[in-house]
Design a protein around this ligand. Sequence first.
Ligand code: UD1
Length: 430
Amino acid sequence: MEQYVIKGGAKLQGEVDISGAKNAALALIAAAIMTEDKVTITNLPDVRDINVLIESIQDIGAIVDRVDRNQVVIDGSKISSVTVDYEFIKKIRASYYLLGALLGRFNKAEVALPGGCDIGTRPIDQHIKGFNALGARVMIEHGMIKTKADELIGSHIYMDVVSVGATINVMLAAALANGRTVIENAAKEPHVVDVANMLNSMGANIKGAGTDVIRIKGVESLHGTEYAVIPDQIEAGTFMFAAAATRGNVLLKNVIPKHLEAISSKLLEIGCTIEEYDDAVRVIGNDNLRSTHVKTLPYPGYPTDMQPQIAVTLAVSRGTSIVTESIFENRFKYVAELVRMGANIKVEGNTAIINGVDELTGAEVSAPDLRAGAALVIAGLAAKGFTVVDDIIYIQRGYENFEVKLQKLGACIEKVNSEQEVAKFKLKVG
Ligand code: UD1
């Protein structure tokens, strides 16, 4: 089992290149199989979730040429099956995008029920409601979601909850439906806009992505394109809090500062300095960070995927902070691990009350999910002494070269595979 071993205390300094957004890329890969032409995707993050999704589309007959680590050419012309029962697909949440993509192109899809991070019950009723509205029947049988339509017909759909996944999934299917579709109460996340942009570059007619009403005029077919994934807002935010928590000074390159506004404004509130450039952001921490209140909300609110990272930073900032999680009900599992590192945090329902401490102390902790795992690494970087983070397979799902990027910023972190390697690291760095 791979682990990270960290010696805390180094202030992160220097520059880091942010990769393409995992959550956008997952949907773009699904969109790429909606045409018989070749689709080139660049700025693709080389992370486990992406690689699993690529293997699963290969499994149904797509030909994928991995030009290099961050670029693929996807040829969906030979897709021979609409059944995605690939062994690993259950492990990634976004496997459900193959439902919308295959339903749009073939009027039929069968995909293993999604898993992903255990951060709540994560229902898919809004996806099903959307497909039903387009005229598809949806059944869940033997761990598979099966959907079929004689013909997809455009419809007016009001989403009962703001859902990134359901908005994108319905957009995918509706792009090739007969007639017009309107999605109301749509999610406005940057990756929703990215998927609409790529589909439009393939000949789709989608307007309003990025607002809460998306209008789609179905087209007969889609054609090939070349498309670059947007920068990863969550990876960027994670490095921003790593810079703050270690009192460092880090320039993040290849970002869209607008997408980071909710994060930047919280960092400013707690006392960091932020410098914004066209496609870069600098975060400068200091020894006098202070408390704040934050509540997770759909975009443009503060992202739930950035909740554990801000909590770690607030755990070492002066005063009492309140963090409220309003999107997922099970997203404070990492708090028990932080408390073992000396944090003073009490969870009541969907709220964490954090009393800042002067310093955390290293411990052996386990990553409970992707983002919380990254947050525990930040905790280790800011803590005194050695921290070992177990179950880093979660972190590898969504962060490209995480430890390498941190090492370049001066962090004392290594990926290890055994107790002996942990001991060797401790001996080496003292
Ligand atoms: C996506 C992201 C995830 C992020 C989340 C919220 C991907 C692959 N994952 O997940 O990293 O944390 O957005 O920004 O992009 N809901 C329903 N019914 C549904 C769908 C969702 O009730 O049919 C609820 C969920 O339980 C949750 C809320 O809606 O409370 C938002 O979920 P959603 O935006 O759909 O999250 P995901 O797309 O699964």
